[in-house]
Design a binder for this molecule. Structure first.
Ligand SMILES: Nc1ncnc2c1ncn2[C@@H]1O[C@H](COP(=O)(O)OP(=O)(O)OP(=O)(O)O)[C@@H](O)[C@H]1O
Ligand SMILES: [Mg+2]
Length: 314
């Protein structure tokens, strides 16, 4: 059997890339790192060619997407085109471009959650400032606060809590407004810092199953690790696991990090699904090797299946 070769899509390998390539090596699979900005489409020939560094005229046996670098609207569209084109040419892409598009855009994630009946905070999205002010007025009249988030999230940056109409920043863009869900850290959860009042969970789903969970506790209501939150081991109870799995299924992701919050009444809500999740913080508080779990699933469900399909065709 010829050596299988996969591409890990990442601009810089970093800790995650290193863990993934080690995990591929346990399957005797060669992996290399490719930045989407170094790829090209040659549409002068028939069939058209997807040109990837290191692969010459061949295509990889599979592609694992670890990162898609930001850029202009055109650049990001083209980078996703490469992933779409690979899928169209029969290369397994993990996560598929469609899942990445659905998860990178908070509005579409919320739409899909709400439509599928998956518990998520009430959300409104509009471009018109008057409409946004109207939504705020109605929320305040119900005694609720709102959160304004960038449509394309960035590790907890740019979130604003709206408590009065004057809090709405003056900008032209998209207003993604979501009901603020107050939380209080349960007494049972000890943290290093007594002021850590806010928390949510990050559940890691691989191949349709919840594999790991952590609690993220912070002094600030934004509990991303990048915003100083403390990662803590947590118990993956069946309700959290099932909600994270349903959310991942609905966006069509092979692997995802799902952020979940519990309101004062005890109800869980999905805040977002990350289709290109990091797991270094989670790895520090869980026992299984997450990179290995991702790669094992990728190999089992994508590469082995592809090899079987090819055999049955020949
Ligand atoms: N509706 C909400 N109510 C209460 N807290 C919220 C709400 N939405 C977000 N938060 C807090 O802010 C954090 C960041 O929000 P969210 O996960 O939606 O965006 P993000 O992490 O910045 O996005 P991305 O992962 O795409 O970079 C959450 O983990 C949570 O702590
Ligand atoms: Mg998040």
């Amino acid at each position: 059997m010829t050596q299988r070769r996969v591409a890990i899509i990442a601009d810089k390998p970093g800790w995650h890339g290193h863990c993934l390539s080690q995990a591929f090596a346990t399957h005797d699979i060669d992996s290399c790192f490719i930045a989407l900005s170094d790829c090209a489409l040659d549409l002068s020939s028939s069939p058209p060619r997807i040109v990837l560094p290191y692969f010459g005229s061949a295509l990889p046996d599979g592609v694992l997407v670890r990162g898609v670098a930001g850029g202009s609207f055109e650049q990001v569209t083209f980078r996703l085109d490469i992933l779409h084109a690979l899928r169209e040419c029969g290369v397994p892409v993990y996560n598929d471009a469609r899942a990445i598009e659905r998860t990178v855009d908070k509005s579409m994630t919320s739409f899909l959650m709400q439509r599928a009946g998956i518990s998520t905070p009430p959300t409104w999205v509009c471009e018109n400032r008057e409409q946004a002010l109207h939504i705020m007025q109605a929320a305040f009249a119900r005694g609720e606060e709102l959160v304004l988030k960038p449509l394309f999230g960035s590790q907890g940056n740019g979130l604003i809590r709206l408590q009065e109409l004057e809090d709405l920043p003056n900008f032209s863009g998209v207003f993604y407004l979501q009901t603020y869900i107050p939380t209080t850290l349960p007494d049972a959860v000890a943290t290093e810092d007594d002021d850590q009042l806010y928390y949510d969970w990050r559940v890691f789903v691989i191949g349709g199953l919840s594999h790991a969970i952590m609690l993220r506790c912070n002094q600030h209501w934004v509990t991303n690790r990048a915003q100083g939150a403390q990662c803590k081991a947590a118990v993956l109870d069946p309700e959290l696991a099932a909600l994270a799995e349903a959310a991942t299924r609905i966006v069509g992701a092979d692997y995802a990090g799902v952020d979940i919050i519990r309101d004062h009444a005890g109800k869980l809500h999905v805040l977002e699904v990350n289709g290109i999740p990091a797991w270094q913080g989670l790895q520090s508080v869980c026992t299984q090797d997450l990179a290995q779990c991702i790669v094992d699933d990728f190999v089992q469900r994508k590469l082995v299946k592809r090899a079987r399909d090819a055999l049955s065709l020949s």
